[in-house]
Design a protein around this ligand. Structure first.
Ligand code: FCB
Length: 473
């Protein structure tokens, strides 16, 4: 890695821009957002409520009782926002479509007014030379579909495939890059097992049924898009993953790591790539009285070939198979799987900063699955302090980016097929159950005025992309 001095017009702004020669050629640089986190305008142009609109109204569900009603008001400010994206010098913008805008209520025909917003957004991006990268589902399930049973019921997978087809018919003439789902682990486990995300249910069996139906929905949508495509189509799914290690070499700790890896990574990657669920996971589930609702042909659908796997990386974990008192089973008689901190510095989310875990994860995915990958999210929340003029000297966030992009560069140099990196997030935005309390943006949003200000980390990112590209020319 080479670096240049901090430009004189950015005094005291922390780490200098970095050139990453390993990422110079054939590499995509982007920023990422999602619909509910930034759009606002929740009742405009025919949009109906999603499970997040409902969940935000549940007392105590979201910090300060906040919601996405206004968020970054991106629905009304997208032109200015696309200018900002272009100003950062990225080539790709990853955003998601709100299902209840495209297909209110989750059934029936497309809503022309909702589609028109994404039409305008896509055209504006293309006008500025930015490649749109569309995620079909970043958690805003139409409430009506949750009322009909949500992801634990099979029909939701078919509803998703219909919606995917509507969206593709509307935008597929201009959008090449399609991600079906963002982080099905979060939809299933946070939403249906732990109750921390919408719809706030708490039943492990339901969550595992949700896992299968999310994967089935992905596969059905992938088949529909492949069938519709007349031009180029790059299809993928995005998973949140970390590198997990046992806390010690003991049998219990190794078993705990295996269980965590099965539920966090292999339950998705194995069926997607190899067309089967991991045998050890199925045994563990059976021991808990849970059977995945797999029907004939489902695994062929789920393993419809992918062009890319999106990797969202924030942290890594080590696991112990004993609790603080040395017990190996919990109060329900289940094997203990306990996350044990490495003792590293943490972000404002309390997530440990483990950049080398990203290198290990990418190399492991390369080895076990051999798929092309894009880092569809990586970034950090810190407790920013804004100056009077709105600027933010966020050297901590820049340091996080330096280390993590460096980790990607290492994995690429070691042979992993990595095609791009998207910073999470373009903006400070509605961070789900944390409301507006946690700021992930490389651009600050003042929620009183909706003023956007590029943070030092955003400037660093722009400068580093430019330096890196220069290295290849
Ligand atoms: C990911 C989500 C994204 C954002 C980041 C911090 O799990 O995909 O929407 O909340 O975490």
């Amino acid at each position: 890695m080479t670096s240049t001095a901090t430009p004189a017009d950015r005094p005291g702004t922390g780490p200098a821009p970095v050139s990453f020669p390993e990422l110079a050629a054939d590499f995509r640089w982007g920023v990422a957002t999602s619909s509910y986190q930034i759009e606002g305008a929740v009742a405009e142009d025919g949009r109906t409520p999603s499970i997040w609109d409902t969940f935000c109204r549940v007392p105590g569900a979201v910090v300060n009782g906040e919601n996405g009603d206004i968020a970054c008001d991106h629905y009304h400010r997208y032109t200015e926002d696309v200018d900002l994206i272009a100003g950062l010098g990225v080539d790709t913008y990853r955003f998601s479509l709100a299902w209840p805008r495209i297909q209110p209520g989750g059934r029936g025909p497309a809503n022309a007014a909702g589609v028109a917003f994404y039409d305008r957004l896509v055209d504006t991006l293309l006008d500025r030379g930015i490649t749109p990268w569309v995620t079909l589902y970043h958690w805003d399930l139409p409430q009506e579909l949750e009322d009909a049973g949500g992801w634990p019921v099979r029909d939701t997978a078919y509803r998703f495939a219909d919606y995917a087809e509507l969206a593709y018919d509307a935008l597929g003439d201009r959008v090449v890059h399609w991600t079906t789902l963002n982080e099905p682990w979060c939809s299933a486990m946070l939403g249906y097992d732990m109750g921390l995300h919408a719809p706030g249910r708490k039943n492990f069996g339901d969550a595992m049924h949700a896992v299968h139906h999310l994967l089935l929905g992905h596969g059905l949508a992938a088949q529909r898009l492949r069938a519709r495509a007349t031009g180029p189509l790059e299809l993928g799914i995005t998973l949140n993953m970390g590198h997990s290690v046992p806390a010690s070499d003991s049998e219990e700790d190794r078993a705990a790591q295996r269980r965590a890896d099965a539920l966090g990574t292999r339950v998705y990657m194995d069926p997607l790539v190899h067309g089967r669920y991991p045998a050890d996971l199925l045994e563990d589930l059976a021991a808990r009285g849970v059977e995945l609702p797999v029907e004939d042909g489902d695994l062929e659908v789920i393993s419809t070939p992918l062009d890319v796997v999106g990797v969202n990386y924030y942290s890594s974990h080590q696991f112990a198979g004993t609790d603080e008192n040395g017990a190996t089973t919990d109060k329900d008689g289940l094997p203990v799987v306990r996350g044990v901190p490495f003792g590293r510095p943490v972000t404002a989310m309390d997530w440990e900063i483990v950049p080398e875990g990203l290198t290990s994860l990418l190399l492991r995915l390369h080895e076990d699955y051999g798929v092309p990958m894009v880092i569809t999210e990586n970034g950090a929340a810190f407790d920013d302090t804004a100056q009077d003029d709105g600027t933010v000297h966020d050297a901590d966030r820049t340091a996080y980016l330096v280390e993590h992009i460096g980790a990607v560069a290492k994995a690429r140099a070691a042979g992993a097929d990595i095609r791009g990196y998207f910073a999470w997030s373009l903006f400070d935005n509605f961070e789900w159950a944390y409301g507006y309390d946690k700021r992930f943006g490389i651009v600050r949003v003042d929620y009183d005025t909706q003023r956007r200000t590029v943070k030092d980390s955003g400037q660093w990112y722009a400068d580093s992309i430019r330096l890196t590209r220069e290295a290849s020319s």
